[in-house]
Design a protein around this ligand. Sequence first.
Ligand SMILES: Cc1ncc(COP(=O)(O)O)c(C=O)c1O
Length: 406
Amino acid sequence: MIPSDPTLAINGGKAVFAENELNSCVPVWPTPHPETEEKLLEIYRNGKWGLCGKYEKLLMEEFAAFQDTKYSIWMCNGTTTLECALLAVGAGRGDEVIVPGVTWIATAQAANYVGATPVIVDIDPDTMCMDPVKFEEAITPRTKAVIPVHLYSALANMDEINRIAAKHGIHVIEDCAHAHGAKQHGKGAGSLSEYGSFSFQLSKLMTGGEGGCLTTNDERLADLTFRLSHIGNSTLFPKEPLQTGLECHQYRFTEFQAAIIYDQLHHQKEYMAQRQASVKFIMEFLKDIPSIKLQKSAFEDDERDYYFFSFLLQKDFLKDGIERKDIFDMIRAEGIALGTGWGVPLYKSIVWNLPEDQYIKKDTFHCDDIMANRLMCVMHPLLRAEKSVLERWATALRKVMLACTK
Ligand SMILES: Cc1ncc(COP(=O)(O)O)c(C=O)c1O
């Protein structure tokens, strides 16, 4: 149902943005950095295109420090990193790996790739991250590992997840694909458990086109995952011989990716601060509207970024008969757009091809309800637009949400 408010563009009122106007106001992503061009040319000319070159080695140190860990191991993407972390903690056939129902399929597929069974549990309705209570309820004697996801940069409650995992002797791997630079209780994402798995795929907050990285504080795990992803070789401890008996992969990273990400690392804090300020600015326009709430991070003092700037509709405060699709129509008429992330929980994704007997799905009420009815989000590049653009964007959303609120 569309409210009859005549000021709404859908009812003939003046739209806040002209058609396609907003696209030209959002900065290009990824942001080009002039200093990177020189590095790429340097690499191209010197022929050291891979096999742990200068920039990969610099990244290994500096990204680890950035996330408050001792080690960072670089791979070709953030799916192989999850797979290697699971292999390193010994997950395999007969084991179960607990994952949240809202995430990219890689989180669960990684378990499948190592022969384990993904067990999908519900999310917390405020953070959209794994609900620790549901995690504990899903534990069986076969549970080997849990992979909480810091979804859309909101951090999962790692205090509870670590406490429960320790009680049951379960390995914890944080999926930090959306959490570059984030901190919980002052400690970096990826340092809060045994492993942090980062993705540098094109849409991510830091990107090399593709790329992945595992962070850890554990020297043995760092060496093991390096070998697992580099067909048994180690540059961490190069004097040690090739290790036999390891099921190793060739998941190497290139020096071109390393150079691009190395420069981005030095901009991430500044960009994150800009996105945080933009969110604060926009939320001022929405603070008196109870029908729309920002997706929360687990703790008030979490230092988080915004891979997706995500809202959750509060249905009790919406006028009767108004559904999310109506709101999408109204805001589109105002010249802005919001989406639904991946649109569905992972087990409903068209690329989730696991037969039903190869995974376990627990009760997933909030995953289904949020993805079908409540989530509205926009990707991070908007948050680096100029203040005047953000003001108009917030005005458009405010106008629609006011018309929809009881
Ligand atoms: C939550 C999450 N985990 C893992 C991945 C996998 O990363 P990649 O695409 O680099 O393999 C992604 C990527 O989209 C993701 O969003």
